[in-house]
Ligand binder design. Structure first.
Ligand code: G4P
Length: 538
């Protein structure tokens, strides 16, 4: 396939690609992801008043019974895709559920983005989920922009926060701006690029763009606002040191995921949010090429191609159906177009394609690389599938994530077994959870693996509400999963007591351990077997 030969030559296509940015905001729960999303939407004019995302959250909870679980637990489970325009850019913001339990859904959304904004609560520094999400982004080489949030409250020292990025996450940190004051005395930021102080005024919960005064650091108004000569002096010294310390900003290192640009601010007060958004748009890249089994496909490749990264059934009882979320990689999507569903080789007409803003749906007429389209109602699509006008394109599989918790799912009412099996098969196809089979026979209840225990509850809840069958979740002890090289001999393996061998749904051999100690024991005694936290590709 000569990919280079078939490029979109029309200007329109190239302009559409160049103006797109597709990213996710990642954070530990409560760091301020929802608040920052609201403010971004405010700049995009997609919301009149910031705060409406939260309002939508509440509205959703009352209009949807599938969201009952969200309501009961006070959490957000389903990811949404938000699209808005700002300064000529078309922005696709993929929301990742932020709960203390991870789900694979969150991870998979990150396979469909070109960049991530990582929100850190500056009072707490890097938290456990920040680390996990960061690791997923890093593995994919996704550029990461950092927003140090809640500067209006007591925070860790800014230099300590930067050090932590380097020492804990192992990424070079480049401060793009610097806080002017902290806690209640936080008045704004010093923008290093323009060498200007941005002094903000508070509005009620930052509902509007904060009025901002931009001026030089030596302007007496800066000292006045900081209202403390010591703070002013220290800030000036810090800035001087920063400028003197000297490494120049390297945009290429950002795009390569080696450096994270760091912005300080307060999402709730709308301080520093526009600088973050503008900086992000300037330094992030338009949709890039994606790997197929035969090489890279550029977004300018003329035939349409896309991959399914998320499937969600029964999102809303008003539309009891199944939506496959598809990320466009190349070419132009047009409503009613016919494409090949590569896994089955079948031609499918994409007639029912929707854009989703939160829970609202709008029919999509066209979409370009970087956009996400929700295809409604096709029962055959599965995670990782390729849809394309050029059947030679087959996108690489979406990585699976090593489960960190396991449970048996029992069906307590034998007469419901058929429905139970059908429902579970559907949820497995959606990728809600992974299934495993123990090597030793005898156990009949399916063994399920998840990256967070919340996934079990979702399975149980959905089996009941969508398939009308009860189920019982019985915990299993394993917390560490490693795939074994299928080529290695499994004769005479020394498996520590408590650990066990199993296979995943594709029949790949897997080792399940209760803890890391068991894994080390296994590795020490079975040197000939390579292990991985991902299935080995054939
Ligand atoms: P999440 O999506 O990452 O879980 O966080 P979310 O935006 O919901 O924010 C978590 C809490 O932190 C919220 O308070 C929010 O108002 C607060 N917050 C966000 N940004 C800032 C900030 O810049 N400064 C301060 N001081 N607080 C911030 P809450 O009490 O849980 O909710 P609410 O009653 O304020 O809405």
């Amino acid at each position: 396939m000569d990919n280079a030969a078939i490029v979109t030559t029309d200007r329109l296509g190239r302009d559409q690609i160049a103006r797109r940015r597709t990213f996710a905001i990642v954070s530990h729960p409560d760091a301020g992801k929802t608040t920052l999303t609201e403010k971004f939407l405010l700049y995009g004019g997609a919301l009149q008043l910031a705060g409406s995302v939260t309002a939508r959250k509440n509205l959703r909870a009352t209009t949807s019974d599938w969201m009952e679980l969200e309501k009961q637990r006070g959490i957000s489970i389903s990811s949404t895709v938000l699209q808005f325009d700002y300064r000529g850019y078309r922005i696709n913001l993929l929301d990742t559920p932020g709960h203390k339990d991870f789900s694979e859904d969150t991870y998979r959304v990150l396979t469909a983005v070109d960049a991530a904004v990582m929100v850190i609560d500056a009072g707490k520094g890097i938290e456990s989920q920040t680390r996990k999400l960061f690791e997923v982004c890093r593995r994919r080489g996704v550029p990461i922009f950092t927003f140090m949030n809640k500067l209006d409250r007591p925070t860790l020292d800014p230099l300590t926060l930067l050090d932590e990025l380097e020492s804990v996450l192992g990424i070079a940190a480049y401060p793009m701006n610097w806080p002017l004051g902290t806690g209640f005395g936080f008045k704004g930021v010093w923008d290093r690029r323009t060498r200007m102080a941005h002094l903000y005024e508070r509005t009620e919960r930052g509902a509007y763009r904060a009025p901002v005064l931009t001026t030089g650091l030596s302007d007496p108004v800066v000292r006045d606002r900081l209202n403390d000569d010591d703070v002013y002096r220290t800030t000036c010294e810090e800035i001087e040191m920063l400028e003197g310390a000297g490494a120049a900003f390297d945009p290429a290192a950002v795009l390569a995921g080696r450096t994270t640009p760091v912005y300080f601010g307060s999402a709730i007060n709308n301080f520093g949010v526009q600088l973050l958004l503008d900086g992000f748009l300037e330094h992030s890249a338009a949709p890039g090429p994606r790997m197929t089994q035969t090489g890279l496909i550029a977004p300018t490749h003329r035939p349409f191609s896309a991959f399914v990264f998320k499937i969600q059934a029964n999102m809303d009882p008003r539309h009891r159906d199944r939506i496959a979320f598809v990320r466009v990689v190349s070419g132009k999507f047009e409503r009613d177009m016919t494409v090949t569903h590569v896994r089955t080789g079948k031609a499918v007409r994409l007639s029912n394609a929707a854009k989703l803003f939160g829970r609202e749906r709008e029919i999509i007429e066209e979409a370009w690389p970087g956009d996400v389209v929700g295809i409604v109602g096709n029962a055959h699509f599965a995670i990782g599938d390729t849809l394309t006008e050029d059947p030679a394109i087959v996108y690489d599989e979406i990585p699976r994530f090593a489960p960190e918790c396991f449970a048996y799912l029992e069906n307590p009412v034998a007469s419901d077994f058929k429905r139970f099996a059908k429902g579970l098969a559907q949820l497995l196809q959606e990728g809600v959870i992974q299934s495993f089979e123990l090597a030793e026979a005898g156990r009949r209840a399916p063994l399920l693996g998840a990256v967070g225990p919340l996934q079990f509850e979702i399975v149980k809840y959905r089996l009941e509400s969508e398939y009308g069958v009860a189920s019982e979740v019985r915990g299993a002890p394993w917390t560490v999963t490693r795939w074994l090289d299928p080529a290695a001999s499994r004769e005479n393996l020394l498996v520590p007591t408590g650990a066990c061998l199993a296979s995943d749904a594709q029949g790949n051999p897997v080792l399940l351990c209760v803890d890391d100690w068991q894994l080390r024991y296994f590795q020490d005694r079975n040197h000939h077997v390579q292990v991985s936290d991902q299935p080995f590709t054939p």
